[in-house]
Design a protein around this ligand. Structure first.
Ligand code: SAM
Length: 240
C-alpha cells in the first residue's frame, strides 16, 4: 500500500505526457527486393537523418536556391517526376513508410539526381525542428490520409496548428499546394486555409485550383480508378 501511495504522489508531480496524435499508422508493408536493396545501398547517400538543429541546406545540395518540400510522398512517383522536371530546384521528401522510401531511393539513384533528398521521420517533428523559419519556397501535401471516420478526424494532417507551423517555414510569397480525393476533407482544407490571415487563396476566395499543375501520384491513380473526384488548393504566404 505504502509504495502505491508514493507512486501516486510521484505521478501527480510528473504526470505522463499525453501521447501525440499521429497522422499515420506504420504499416508493416512488404518490401520488394529492389526497395530493400535501395534501402541497404543508398540510404547513406540520399537520406538526411532527423536531427533537431535545422538542416544545413547548403551542404545537402550542390547548387540551386529554390527549396520544395513534399510531406507524405507515399511511393514517391510524383516527387521523383517533379525533381526530374525541375533540375534547378532542390527537393526534400518526408515519409514514414519505408517501402516508399526504398522505392524513391531506387529512383534517385537510377536517375542520378543530385537535387532530391529524403527524410524518413514524422513530418510534424521534422517541420518543427529541422527547417529554419522562412527557408522553404513551396510545400506540397498531396492526398494525405483522409481519416474519414469522425472519431479519427483529429488525426488529419491538415489542421490549423500544423498549417501555422508550415507558414512559419515558408518564405514570403511561398506556396502551399494541397490535394485530396475526399470531398469532405477538401472542404475542411479550404476552411482551415481560408481561416488563416497570413494565407491568400491563389484561385480566389472559396475556389479550388481547377487546372492544377503537378504530376499524377500513385494514390491519385487509385482514387480515379475508384471514381473519386480530385480537389487541389493553392495558397500563397502573404508578405508582412
Ligand atoms: C494516402 S498516402 C498518399 C501518398 C502520396 N502523396 C500519393 O499521393 O500517392 C499518405 C502518405 O502520407 C504519409 N504520412 C502521413 N502522415 C505523415 C507524417 N506525419 N509524416 C510523414 N509521412 C506521413 C503516409 O505514410 C502515407 O504514405
Amino acid at each position: 500500500m505504502a509504495s502505491s501511495k508514493s507512486d501516486n504522489s510521484k505521478n501527480l508531480e510528473n504526470p505522463p505526457k499525453p501521447r501525440p496524435i499521429r497522422s499515420y499508422v506504420i504499416r508493416s508493408g512488404r518490401f520488394t527486393d529492389s526497395q530493400r536493396k535501395a534501402i541497404d545501398d543508398y540510404w547513406d547517400d540520399y537520406v538526411v537523418a532527423y536531427s533537431p538543429p535545422p538542416f544545413a541546406l547548403g551542404s545537402l545540395f550542390p547548387a540551386g536556391s529554390e527549396l520544395v518540400v513534399e510531406i507524405g510522398f507515399g511511393m514517391g512517383d510524383s516527387l521523383l517526376e517533379m525533381a526530374r522536371q525541375n533540375p534547378e530546384a532542390n527537393f526534400i521528401g518526408i515519409e514514414v513508410h519505408r517501402p516508399g522510401v526504398g522505392k524513391l531511393l531506387h529512383g534517385i539513384k537510377a536517375h542520378e539526381l543530385s537535387n532530391l533528398r529524403v527524410v524518413c521521420h514524422d513530418a510534424t517533428e521534422v517541420m518543427q525542428n529541422c527547417f529554419a523559419n522562412e527557408s522553404i519556397d513551396k510545400i506540397l501535401i498531396l492526398f494525405p490520409d483522409p481519416w474519414p471516420k469522425k472519431r479519427h478526424n483529429k488525426r488529419r494532417l491538415v489542421q490549423t496548428e500544423f498549417i501555422e507551423l508550415l507558414i512559419c517555414k515558408l518564405k514570403c510569397g511561398g506556396l502551399l499546394h494541397l490535394a485530396t480525393d475526399w470531398e469532405a476533407y477538401a472542404e475542411h482544407m479550404l476552411t482551415v486555409l481560408e481561416g488563416i490571415d497570413r494565407l491568400e487563396n491563389r484561385n480566389g476566395p472559396g475556389h479550388f485550383w481547377e487546372q492544377a499543375i503537378r504530376p499524377t501520384s500513385k494514390f491519385e491513380q487509385r482514387a480515379k480508378r475508384l471514381g473519386h473526384g480530385v480537389w487541389d488548393l493553392l495558397f500563397g504566404k502573404k508578405c508582412q
